[in-house]
Design a protein around this ligand. Sequence first.
Ligand SMILES: [Zn+2]
Length: 168
Amino acid sequence: MDISSITAITTALKGALDITKGIASLHNHAELSALSIELNSKLIEAQQAIFAVNDERQRLIDKVRELEDQIAQSSEWESEKTRYQLMSPWPGQPVSVYHLKKSHANGDEPHWLCPNCFQQKSKSVLNTNQKKGERVHFVCSVCNASINTGWNGIGAPQYAEDIGENEG
Ligand SMILES: [Zn+2]
């Protein structure tokens, strides 16, 4: 919260109060009129400062909401990512993609996830594509990654545990 806005409200209201105290000692209409204008300007100052505080308050509420969402998403991802393991589908090969762990499958079929998207805390299931004269590639429809498997034909995805390799 912006302390200077609160101070501005307090100062303006104190000024207004001081003005009203002076009303009793007034002698004529001209003085009353001048005082009334001064009082009005103090009240406007207070009102503007209240608006500023209100804006700041709304901004902070929005920020808290945004951070709460981020925390919720982050903890959801922390739990989701433990279901997967980065490893090569073919032991000894340099190609690594994320594999679903059988122990965390919760009924899901084995599938491969894009390692680029995984780093962005996003799950994108890899498809395979083989252009004429080329090896089979893993392709990601989200980040457009194309990963050469080095093979002319690959089998269906397997659970991490079924591959028998532990690269982490
Ligand atoms: Zn991707």
